[in-house]
Design a protein. Structure first.
Length: 366
């Protein structure tokens, strides 16, 4: 009996090892009429994994241009009846950072979407080499096609990517549908530092919960309410715009922040009257209660942004909303270091923003 069991295990392993695979590349399927890279605001360049169009080079600062090459927030969606799914790809930079693991910086995240339920996280075995590889086994309740969402790396650029299923299995990418996106303009926290995996970035959590596209314009260390970036934001027809830049304005005084915020809001309102604009305060620092300088570093910009909000409201700016430090309500253990949230902190942030968004949309509808 034991020999028979060993024999069948060997046969199964042999068949699996020698199975033929078909590989699917979304870039090769992209057209201007139909493209497959979701949460990407611009598709005019024929299909890439950048967060700003190629014409942004030389307009935005070089650092922002470089960061825009990191695929934070981008996602692929596909349908398949396969029980074995593989992903392989190459990235442009290093795999990890001292405070963020390879799975967060350079990894991918797969979710199965089921009707009427929260998307289901699929764990995959992975290896990080010249080509990064993930392998997923999916148990199925019925031999039907399932829909999947694959989140791309947060802090790395993607050179190329392919998704593989065994020969004979059905597979098709789901094209992007016209839907007004949420636009998130922010800092490293918006980009996704320092989660364990891409699906836990708060923008991705929010997008998944609301079942809406979200364009992630989080630029690590460089979310500074710059006119050139907002010019590109104004090219989009957004359902809401979130400014979450206070963590990168911590060296500005309240007056300077007040002026920056008012200019940014007015720049949007000069082009778009309706979409809610949400101003998010700095969530603070994990050591703010033990280090007075860090306390000032987040309360000063928050004071300036609050002043701007109140002055803009007095001037009659409509559909403007404010999310305070108190509403974010980070726990002392919500951070990985002194400023970047953990997975838990990201969940808190996403829930607070979602609550404010829903409130703003209700008021717009009235």
């Amino acid at each position: 009996m034991k020999r028979l069991l060993i024999f069948f295990c060997f046969i199964h392993a042999f068949i699996a090892a020698n199975a033929q695979w078909e590989w699917h590349n979304p870039q090769k399927n992209n057209t201007k009429k139909e493209w497959y890279i979701h949460n990407q605001g611009w598709n005019e360049d024929g299909g890439n994994y950048r967060r700003l169009p190629l014409r942004a080079k030389g307009i935005v600062r070089n650092k922002i241009w470089d960061l825009a090459g990191e695929s934070a927030g981008l996602m692929l969606r596909f349908r398949t009846n396969a029980t074995e799914i593989k992903v392989r790809y190459q990235v442009t930079g290093g795999y990890s950072m001292p405070h963020m693991p390879s799975t967060g910086v350079s990894g991918v995240d797969l979710y199965r979407k089921t009707s009427g339920e929260e998307p289901e996280f699929c764990f995959g075995n992975y290896s990080f080499a010249d080509t990064i590889r993930y392998a997923y086994h999916i148990d199925k309740q019925a031999p039907t096609e399932d829909e999947f969402m694959l989140y791309l790396p947060l802090y790395n650029g993607v050179k190329w990517m392919e998704i593989g299923v065994q020969t004979g299995q059905k597979f098709r990418f789901i094209p992007v549908e016209p839907q007004k996106p949420i636009i998130l303009y922010g800092t490293s926290i918006a980009q996704g530092a320092c989660v364990s995996r891409p699906g836990m970035a708060w923008g991705n959590i929010l997008s998944r919960s609301l079942e809406m596209p979200l364009i992630n314009l989080g630029f690590s260390g460089n979310g500074k309410l710059e006119k050139e970036v907002i010019d590109f934001i104004n090219e989009q027809e957004a359902s809401a715009i979130i400014f979450d830049c206070m963590a990168n304005l911590n060296k500005c005084n309240a007056k300077e922040v007040n002026e920056l915020v008012q200019k940014a809001v007015n720049q949007v309102r000069n082009h778009h009257n309706t979409p809610p604009i949400i101003l998010v305060e700095h969530a603070g620092y994990s050591n703010a209660k033990t280090n007075d300088s860090y306390y000032t570093m987040y309360t000063e910009p928050n004071t300036g942004q609050r002043m701007a909000y109140e002055e803009l409201k007095k001037k009659g700016v409509k559909n403007l909303y404010y999310l305070s430090h108190q509403e974010l309500d980070y726990h002392p253990d919500s951070w990985v270091d002194f400023v970047h949230p953990s997975d838990w902190g990201m969940i808190q942030q996403a829930k607070a923003v979602e609550k404010k968004l829903k409130k703003s949309w209700k008021r717009v509808q009235k």
